[in-house]
Design a protein around this ligand. Structure first.
Ligand code: GLA
Length: 387
């Protein structure tokens, strides 16, 4: 891969100067969905699939971008002095958002640069291709301009870029796991205070299988912001009586005793999901640590049901993948992952059943939905690296 993308870079941008190659992963969240903007826990891992970049500093303020995933768009030019979201700028809004975030906090990006990207994660599938580009760009700039920046700060800047430049009010999960991924481990992150620990997620007899609905999402971003606003409103209602800063502080019982304070049925359901999902995540990590893989599977299924019924972010494509998965021999658990409304689901499947699982779920999905799903039996990889 390194040689292939480097020679493409040379073909497009020439051979002079110091050309460097980098990688940042994509991510899949095992459990803890829509908890990261509610002060709850998440349990994602980084993938060996991700985004590669080849980059070189320039002597002027020009930026030249090229993506091997959008070759038809050719080289896109801009400048480090033009950092404002523009829908016409397409995918380069993501790397530009990161330059903006760094500059907004006083990091000195002295000159422009040429950069080529090549992603091996399917775009827009909910495996965080955008956070991967953001964190990767930050990592490249840290190296090119010797920025004094640790990986937690890098993740926070990625989130700022997404929130304030791109306009999606995302939590910290995606940027955090991408910046801090560790081979064969999932990260157990408390989003209330960013404390985290790695939990070995080497499954002896099982594989993680990601299932892509191939459904284009469209309205996902605005619905995402809406869910977030509903949770914030529910929190304000609970705060009339409770001294809490986030929904993540509540146990299931505390929620049940106080839910009458939430004056709208939908908001009640959203808040219920946030509280129960956070508790499920804590239980799931414990289950994995104690090698109780069946319990982990059961919690994943409960998570999906809650996202379907209370948070209402699944849809027939994701529900079909999960329902069909759960009919298969050798499946431990399955659930949607990421923002929802389309994108991917994740399942844990006995190694010797993976092939049959993919075949059966694939056929059933095609019959019910009318087009194919894609399947990836994935490995858990590390964070950003220079190659
Ligand atoms: C998206 C966001 C994350 C998180 C998930 C849902 O991936 O970027 O911050 O909220 O959705 O769990």
């Amino acid at each position: 891969m390194k040689e292939k993308i480097k020679s493409k870079f040379v073909e497009l941008f020439g051979n002079n100067g110091d050309i460097k190659v980098y990688f940042a992963p994509g991510r899949v969240n095992l459990i803890g969905e829509h908890t990261d903007y509610n002060g709850g826990h998440v349990f994602p891992c980084a993938l060996t699939m991700g985004t590669y970049a080849v980059a070189r500093k320039r002597n002027d303020n020009k930026l030249r971008f090229y993506s091997m995933n959008f070759e038809q768009l050719g080289i896109l030019e801009s400048s480090i002095d033009e950092l404002k979201y523009d829908p016409k700028e397409d995918w380069i809004n993501y790397p530009k958002s990161m330059i903006w975030a760094l500059k907004s906090e006083g990091y000195n990006i002295e000159t422009g640069f040429d950069i080529l990207y090549n992603g091996t994660i399917p775009n827009g599938a909910g495996l965080s291709s955008s956070a991967s580009i953001e964190v990767l760009t930050g990592f490249v700039l840290k190296d090119l301009f010797n920025l004094n920046l640790d990986m937690v700060k890098l993740a926070l800047l990625g989130q700022k870029a997404e929130n304030q430049y791109v306009g999606v009010n995302c939590g910290i999960m995606d940027q955090f796991i991408i910046a801090n991924g560790k081979k064969d481990c999932a990260i157990f992150l408390d989003t209330a205070n960013l404390q985290y620990e790695y939990a070995p997620a080497i499954l002896k007899d099982e594989k993680i299988v990601i299932m892509n609905t191939n459904k284009k999402r469209g309205l996902g971003d605005s619905k995402y912001n809406k869910r977030r606003a509903e949770c914030e409103k529910a929190l304000t209602e609970l705060q009339e009586k409770l001294n809490i800063k986030t929904l993540g502080e509540l146990t299931e019982q505390e929620f049940e005793e106080n839910k009458y304070l939430i004056k709208d049925e939908n908001r009640k359901k959203r808040a219920k999901h946030a509280v129960y999902e956070n508790q499920r995540t804590i239980k799931a990590v414990k289950a994995l640590q104690e090698n109780k893989i069946d319990l982990l599977g059961k919690l994943m299924i409960e998570s999906h049901n809650s996202l379907r019924d209370d948070y209402e972010v699944t849809g027939k494509e994701l529900d079909t993948l999960v329902e069909e998965s759960l009919k298969q021999e050798g499946v431990i658990g399955a659930r949607m992952t990421g923002v929802g409304f389309g994108g991917c689901a994740v399942s844990i499947v006995k190694k010797d059943k993976v092939e049959e699982f993919i075949k059966n779920v694939g056929e059933a999905y095609k019959n019910k939905i009318g087009y194919n799903a894609d399947f990836y039996a994935v490995e858990i990889g590390g964070g950003p690296t220079k190659l």
